[in-house]
Design a protein around this ligand. Structure first.
Ligand code: GLY
Length: 425
């Protein structure tokens, strides 16, 4: 089968890496991919947001299955266009992808159906939002969470310790329009305290198959300090996410969410990413995403003991029911190496050395922002590489990931030194 992976990050390299191991995959394309995916796939130039051009490519090359990495093409209707042309594709439709594309849609779905999440109010008027912040700040000292409704490249969520910061966030989103029309509506919600975890499931309507839970490290610096990023590293599984919590999440969140979507006539297909806070009152949803997490995919897929192509095809064909997926009883840790300055401004074009030495240690090196320029491997993005170690214990996995990192050099490389340390200390 010919398979196409859409996207260019570490997540998409991990998807291509896993799909390339399938005996069912005869040819793999990555559009556009990166310097790492080029080792396992044929990279094809293209813009993931040019939905017709991507579908034209899949039609012309007789691609049997397309797997979409990033949310933007899903939210813009890539799946709808492929299905209109009779092409098989793994991912939710435009309507289903609203679970990530509109925070207000996701919140209403949860609150209307008793799915545990932080209480919230939704506003399309900044004056009313500001008055609401005034009233809640007088009742509680908890941080206030302000979210732009629509897509904001992961930057539209503000966790505000003070009333003034919350009002600034409203102004940034609604008056300064930092995220354009994505800020026409905002969601102001209660802060959820407790460790966070990511629980992703393969989904086909109301049938689903969970993946191992993982935990991301979103802040830029050690000890969870500094600005939020796309994710600086992660680990899987999550020791605090035991069998009881998993059963609660499945019964009170995953199943009712899919049922509620069904009631709205939405047949959700692809990955449902459930971002959770494990609060003292039980697990609650922080956010839903309509795709694989990044970097979570870089620890979850190496623990999958199965054929990703077979599973994605089953989902695309509506045949997930009854399929079982095995997971290795091992630990995985991924350390993200980023460009100096990320998530703020950073330079590109820094020469990267030591990848082969890192791989020789047994670590898996997933590329994110890399490209070949004048025959040399150079940086081309904020998050550059994800170095994953697998072990029988977290100590082994951490050691392997950091041994891999120690072999890799590029000017102003930045990475956290404490990924997964909390599970061994
Ligand atoms: N790592 C967070 C995300 O994928 O949204």
């Amino acid at each position: 089968m010919k398979v196409l992976v859409v996207g260019s990050g570490g997540r998409e390299h991990a998807l291509a890496w896993k799909l390339a191991q399938s005996p069912n995959v005869s040819h793999l394309y990555a559009l556009p991919g990166n310097a790492g995916s080029a080792h396992v796939a044929e990279c094809v130039l293209g813009n993931v947001m040019d939905i017709n051009a991507v579908a034209d490519f899949a039609e012309r090359e007789k691609v049997d299955l397309t797997v979409v990495g990033p949310e933007s093409p899903l939210i813009s209707g890539m799946v709808d266009e492929f299905e209109r042309r009779g092409l098989k594709i793994f991912g939710p439709s435009k309507e289903a992808a609203r679970i990530e594309g509109s925070k207000a849609f996701a919140k209403r779905l949860m609150l209307d159906n008793g799915i545990p999440t932080g209480l919230c109010e939704i506003f399309d008027d900044p004056d009313k939002a500001t008055a609401y912040i005034d009233s809640v700040a007088n009742k509680s000292t908890d941080p206030i969470v302000v979210k732009a409704d629509g897509e904001a490249a992961g930057k539209g969520v503000f966790v505000c310790p003070t009333k003034e910061e919350a009002i600034n966030a409203v102004n940034t989103i609604m008056r300064d329009r930092l995220f354009g029309a994505s800020g026409d509506t905002i969601v102001i919600e209660d802060y959820l305290d407790g460790p966070e975890a990511t629980f992703m499931c393969f989904v086909d309507g109301e049938d689903f198959s969970p993946m191992v839970p993982s935990q991301d490290h979103k802040r830029a610096y050690d000890n969870d300090e500094g600005p939020n990023t796309g994710g600086m590293g992660c680990y899987a599984p999550v020791p605090v996410f035991g069998h009881d919590i998993r059963a609660t999440v499945v019964d009170t969140i995953v199943r009712p969410t899919l049922k509620s979507l069904s009631k709205l006539g939405i047949h959700y297909k692809g990955v449902l990413y459930v971002g959770l806070a494990l609060t003292s009152k039980g697990p609650k949803v922080v956010e839903f995403n309509c795709r694989f997490g990044d970097p979570e995919t870089q620890v979850v897929l190496p623990l999958m003991d199965g054929d990703l192509a077979e599973i994605c095809l089953a989902v695309a064909e509506g045949k997930l029911d009854g399929m079982s997926i095995d997971w290795l009883d091992r630990k995985a840790v991924c350390v993200v190496m980023a460009s100096g300055g990320y998530p703020g401004e950073y330079e590109k074009g820094k020469i990267i050395t030591g990848i082969e030495e890192a791989e020789a240690t047994g670590a898996i090196v997933f590329h994110a922002g890399t490209e070949i320029k004048d025959g040399k491997l150079v940086t081309s993005g904020g998050r550059v590489l994800g170095v994953t170690g697998i072990g029988d214990t977290f100590a082994e996995a951490i050691d392997l990931a950091y041994t891999g990192v120690s072999k890799i050099c590029f000017d102003r490389a930045h990475y956290r030194r404490d990924i997964a340390r909390r599970v061994v200390s």
